[in-house]
Design a binder for this molecule. Structure first.
Ligand SMILES: *[C@@H]1O[C@H](CO)[C@@H](O)[C@H](O)[C@H]1NC(C)=O
Ligand SMILES: *[C@@H]1O[C@H](CO)[C@@H](O)[C@H](O)[C@H]1NC(C)=O
Length: 167
């Protein structure tokens, strides 16, 4: 005779199996989703641009960051972590990456936005390489899923440059 406990155990095992299958399907269907995020960053102002007493260039800028990241959200998406970085080459490093701003996007409703902001983190060069320097701005994102693997990607925006002179 089956005891109640035994049946309950069988039911639990069955539920856990179904849950595991659903999780697998969830992360699989996530991989099948081909998102089409867009972003644009305008530099509205160079607030100041100086060589610090230690000899490193530092710049403060105001940007208009606009993006539509709604297509990155599926029912399996918990949240997005996003950051904007300036990327440029110097004789010493082929890639200098300076994080300027970041945010957590908790839901799809918040994934289409624009923000007028100064750099949240200091933009300091390791040297005095910035005058007249060309750079890229990149919007990076990390998609944190409810289940399955986290994934990351970015949009690169090229064609920015610093002023020729300090100001
Ligand atoms: C920022 O950019 C967005 C999208 O291009 C635009 O709608 C908005 O008016 C801009 N904001 C400012 C302050 O320029
Ligand atoms: C800036 O972007 C351009 C075009 O995508 C790319 O060729 C170049 O390597 C980038 N520069 C840096 C320093 O990442």
């Amino acid at each position: 005779m089956h005891s109640f406990g035994h049946r309950l155990n069988g039911l639990l095992t069955f539920s856990v199996t179904i849950l595991a299958i659903m999780c697998a399907i969830a992360s699989l269907s996530d991989n099948l989703n081909t998102p089409s995020p867009t972003a644009e960053i305008k530099i509205m102002n160079i607030n100041w641009f100086q060589k610090q007493p230690q000899g490193n260039d530092e710049v403060s800028l105001t940007m208009n960051i606009s993006a539509d990241l709604q297509s990155l959200f599926t029912w399996n998406t918990k949240q997005l972590f996003i950051f904007v970085a300036a990327e440029y080459e110097t004789p010493k490093n082929s890639l200098n990456q300076v994080s300027l701003w970041d945010a957590i996007i908790p839901a799809k409703e918040h994934a289409k936005f624009w923000i007028h902001t100064s750099n949240k983190y200091r933009f300091v060069d390791q040297g005095n390489n910035l005058r007249g320097k060309k750079f890229n701005l990149t919007l990076h994102w990390h998609v944190m899923p409810k289940t399955g693997k986290m994934f990351a990607d970015k949009i690169v925006m090229a064609g920015y440059s610093f002023p020729e002179e300090y100001r």
